[in-house]
Each structure stands twice: as C-alpha cells, then as structure tokens.
Design a protein around this ligand. Structure first.
Ligand code: SF4
Length: 162
C-alpha cells in the first residue's frame, strides 16, 4: 500500500487532530474525482517503520485517517491495528458503497463509506450519498470481533453540514 502524500487535518474527522494518509492506486476512478493523482500507484510503501516515524514527528495528533487503500482492505486493517497499538484513534475513508462484510471493525473508530458522485457532492453536501460513521466499541469488549454483522455504527454525517 503506497502513501502518495499526507497532511495534518482538522475537518476530515470531527473533533480530532488527524494525520491523513492519502493512499494511491485508487481502483474507483470516480468521475469528477478531486484527487485523480491518486489513481496511479505512486508514493512510499506504508510500512510500520514509516508510520512510527510520523507518529514520533507529530506526537500531538489524536487520530490517523487512511484515505483509500481499497485494493487491499486487510492491509488497511493491519495499519489501523498498528495505529491503535500506539494509542491513536483510527479512521478509514473508503470509496466502497458498503464496507466489506468481514472487515474487522475493532481496529477502527470512524469510517467514511461511499464513492464520490459529483451530482450529489461530498460529505459537506446535504445531498451526499457518502456516510460518516463512528464505530461503537462495546465497553469491556475491546478485543471482541466487531464486524459489519454486529457493529453499532453511529451516523455522524450531519457534523459535516454545520
Ligand atoms: S474514491 Fe476518492 S480518490 Fe478514488 S476516484 Fe473516487 S474520489 Fe477519487
């Protein structure tokens, strides 16, 4: 999985200071895509070592958001697990219409689902098809298998409309 570039952002995940990793080789090719440079496989391999360097460089971040990576969502899970192990929250921005049914949601605190449809707009548009969810982790069950079948997802998309 390749990181094309990254940034510290404040709006992609409400109330969090987020290191957003833009993953390249996006398979979706949405018409009107705002980041078509991510269609090609460009950037640095997202290794645990690379990530640790960033976490040490930006110790004040509270969350890491993986923006893409849909070609291998098990790799996205692994990265999210590393991030959790270092005490930060995790988010995944996926262009899938629905999350993979066997995604291990225990590694995620937030997920954004849905391709970009130009006529409907992105998350900031009230007509958007995209949804932003907070993943509820049941108290006392942090190691439980939380999947699409048993997860509690709180739709927080409205937070982007204020
Ligand atoms: S999922 Fe995102 S990066 Fe990929 S084509 Fe669609 S808008 Fe562009």
């Amino acid at each position: 999985m390749l990181v094309a570039d990254y940034d510290i952002v404040f709006q992609e995940v409400p109330d969090e200071t987020t290191l957003a990793l833009n993953i390249s080789d996006c398979p979706h090719h949405c018409p009107g895509c705002h980041s078509s440079y991510l269609w090609q496989p460009v950037g640095d391999e997202l290794t645990q070592e690379w990530l640790l360097v960033q976490l040490e460089r930006y110790p004040y971040i509270t969350c890491v958001s993986i923006q893409g990576g849909d070609r291998d969502y098990h790799e996205v899970e692994r990265v999210a697990q590393w991030v959790h192990e270092h005490g930060k929250k995790t988010c995944w921005y996926t262009g899938f219409k629905q999350m993979p049914h066997n995604l291990q949601l225990r590694h995620f605190d937030f997920v954004k689902v849905g391709p970009y449809i130009e006529a409907l707009g992105g998350l900031k548009s009230k007509t958007t098809n995209q949804r932003f969810y907070r993943v509820e982790h049941p108290a006392g069950h942090t190691d439980a298998d939380i999947t699409m079948e048993n997860a509690t997802l709180i739709d927080c998309t409205e937070l982007f409309w204020k």
